[in-house]
Design a protein around this ligand. Structure first.
Ligand code: NAG
Ligand code: NAG
Ligand code: NAG
Ligand code: NAG
Ligand code: NAG
Ligand code: NAG
Length: 583
């Protein structure tokens, strides 16, 4: 018999056929799973996997029958073996559907770990053609999406180089023919959701960078910019990754990434979850380095896009809140409040981008002189309150503070300084420390101008600022010293300040924070210098003068102290001594 010469037939007759017969008889699930494993092992040993076995269809027929047992465990064994036998067409589709169904239930996750079918699924992603097996791929990626929600499986995926596989597939999905675009789009929704899960794992981030996933995602965004779901999923990945500086850098290095993001913001301006995440990403991109600030600003559409968004989200909230206020003065409906919170969220992120961008010396002046920009910022201060929109109010004040750095002739901050100073009262008198701090900083700058100082004194800002000197936060004291330095420029104010106990508290500040912070020490001395009228020491009590002299003498002896402290300290010492002698 010629068959007997053929080694495949030998294995078939002696081992495989008996296994198949046993698989067809009734057995427990465990027994059947065990038989599947043995069959798999035998085929592998005899090099009969893939499409190499002549009687492959007989094996498949037996396996497909077993699916009727509806056991998830057995079905995964079957799926694994079928994939090893390289099923294609409808068979492949049905196997992928089967795996997808099983993956939907979290309780089956453990089976995926034990049966180790992940490799086979990743192989499909690697080798199957979207045009031929697109639908099967869709189910396969869908299964991976569910599985990647499990931390143990996520680790397996990372270990099996899933990030590289996904990156290659992302690229393939960008070059499909037009008629496959819809299917490819559906695959991308699942694939990006999978990547978002992977991005949660700390080990994934260097892989995202080293396998160029971020440029691949930008490519996808370009090809599928109309697809809200894909864009939103990718915006989630970006916002997550942008909290890691190496990922920020990778994004910043992707050519035209800023105009791409601006384009999406413009296209999907009404999709808040996308807008929030892209603005968050831009906020992080521009947080620490100068280049992104300028590159973003230099995009043609940057300011028009950002200001348009600002305007529309600011209005959106105003109208929704007025409606609510008319219908139900209090309490607000939760749904409306949630909408407002989300709207606020957009503005919080957007204002942060503006504040970051204007740090760049080539950007700041254009923002500071832009009427629309400054108007929108002051409008926010008018429309919102610290109690309900603390983060937003703080960010707006920080942006104004950063913009006040640019004192161009046509600075809109300067032109509107009285309005801004009035609006800052809301923050200064609030119960939020962060709001107080930012507002004090703004006053520190605006109070260089006489009309702002008059406004401050009329509104008793000086009393409040003097109490800030009691703060335990050095930055708060520093800002308060700055404001007092300016307020004390006007002789009539010196008396008011002294009545509030300013000088004693300044000396306390100097004593408490001075040794660790020469800038603060210098600012406190400058405030004292102005307060005592550059020489006429009449406003200091004798014991205060003693105390101050003592502190200054000690500090001036510290060799490491900087030029910002010493000159003003020495001026003060001289005056204090001369007064001592003459009285
Ligand atoms: C402010 O910026 C917007 C957007 O770039 C621009 O359209 C507008 O002309 C600018 N306004 C001023 C006064 O510069
Ligand atoms: C903006 O959003 C919500 C109400 O929709 C509210 O918290 C806030 O007061 C609103 N702002 C104004 C000025 O109505
Ligand atoms: C304002 O500018 C400073 C640097 O000058 C920066 O540290 C700060 O983050 C900026 N504020 C905001 C809100 O971006
Ligand atoms: C306040 O304004 C001056 C110019 O008048 C500027 O040099 C300074 O840096 C500004 N301060 C801040 C915090 O922007
Ligand atoms: C993780 C993630 O963002 N997943 C979303 C991707 O998009 C689909 C379709 O909009 C959402 O259902 C997922 O939640
Ligand atoms: C790298 C970086 O800047 N990460 C920041 C992104 O933004 C969030 C929120 O503002 C910060 O918490 C991160 O530190």
């Amino acid at each position: 018999c010629p068959d007997e010469e053929d080694p495949e037939s030998l294995v078939w007759n002696n081992v495989i056929l008996p296994l198949l017969q046993e698989l067809e008889s009734i057995g427990s699930v465990d027994r059947l799973c065990d038989l599947c494993d043995r069959l798999h092992g035998t085929l592998a040993d005899a090099d009969m996997l893939g499409r190499r076995c002549k009687k492959r269809s007989g094996i498949l027929r037996t396996l497909f029958h077993l699916v009727d047992r509806e056991s998830a465990q057995l079905n995964l064994h079957i799926a694994k073996l079928c994939l090893a036998l390289c099923v294609s067409g409808n068979n492949l589709l049905n196997i992928c559907k089967l795996v997808f169904q099983i993956s939907r239930s979290e309780s089956n996750d453990i089976l995926f770990e034990k049966i180790s079918i992940i490799d086979s699924l990743l192989s499909l992603l690697k080798y199957e053609d979207v045009g031929v097996s697109g639908e099967a791929l869709l189910y396969c990626v869908g299964a991976l999406k569910f599985l990647s929600g499990n931390i143990a499986i996520l680790r397996i995926l990372l270990a099996k180089n899933c990030i590289e596989v996904v990156q290659k597939l992302l690229q393939k999905l960008c070059i499909v023919s037009d008629c496959d675009m819809t299917l490819a789009g559906n695959i991308l929704v699942q694939l990006t959701a999978t990547l978002r899960n992977l991005a949660d794992h700390p080990d994934s981030r260097t892989l995202f960078v080293s396998f160029y996933v971020i440029p691949a995602l930008c490519l996808v965004l370009r090809h599928y910019c109309e697809d809200k779901d894909i864009c939103t999923n990718i915006s989630r990945i970006f916002s997550k990754l942008s909290s890691y500086s190496e990922c920020c850098l990778a994004l910043a290095r992707t050519p035209n990434c800023y105009s791409l993001i601006l384009d999406l913001l413009s296209k999907h301006h009404q999709k808040q979850d996308l807008v929030v995440r892209l603005l968050f990403t831009l906020g992080n991109l521009t947080a620490k380095s100068e280049e992104p600030r300028q590159k973003l600003f230099q995009c043609n559409d940057c300011m028009p896009t950002l200001l348009r968004l600002y305007n529309s989200y600011q209005r959106r909230n105003v109208s929704s809140s007025t409606v609510v206020q008319k219908e139900a003065p209090s309490p607000r409906e939760p749904a409306a409040a949630a909408v407002a919170a989300l709207t606020d969220d957009v503005l919080v992120k957007l204002v942060r981008v503006l504040a970051n961008m204007c740090i760049h010396p080539a950007v700041g002046p254009s923002l500071a002189t832009n009427t629309t920009c400054i108007q929108l910022l002051t409008e926010t201060l008018e429309l919102r309150c610290v109690e309900e929109s603390e983060d937003l109010m703080v960010n707006v004040a920080a942006a104004i503070n950063n913009l006040s750095f640019y004192q161009e002739e046509n600075s809109e901050i300067r032109r509107n300084q009285l309005t801004i100073a009035k609006l800052m009262l809301k923050l200064l008198l609030s119960s939020s420390m962060d709001a107080m701090l930012e507002a004090t900083r703004v006053y520190g700058n605006l109070s260089l101008h006489k009309d702002v100082r008059d406004l401050a004194m009329q509104n008793k800002v000086h009393r409040f600022v003097v109490t800030l000197l009691d703060s335990k936060r050095a930055e708060m004291c520093f800002s308060a010293c700055g404001v007092l330095t300016n307020l004390a420029l006007d002789p009539p104010n010196r008396v008011c300040l002294t009545l509030e106990g300013a000088s004693a508290k300044l000396v306390d500040c100097l004593r408490d924070f001075g040794p660790a912070d020469w800038q603060l020490a210098g600012q406190a001395c400058q405030a004292l210098w102005n307060l005592i009228g550059h020489g006429s020491d009449t406003l200091l009590h004798a014991e205060e003068r003693e105390r101050l002299l003592e502190i200054l003498t000690v500090y001036s002896g510290l060799a490491c102290w900087e030029s910002e402290f010493l000159p003003v300290a020495q001026k003060l010492i001289k005056v204090l001594h001369s007064v001592e002698v003459t009285t």
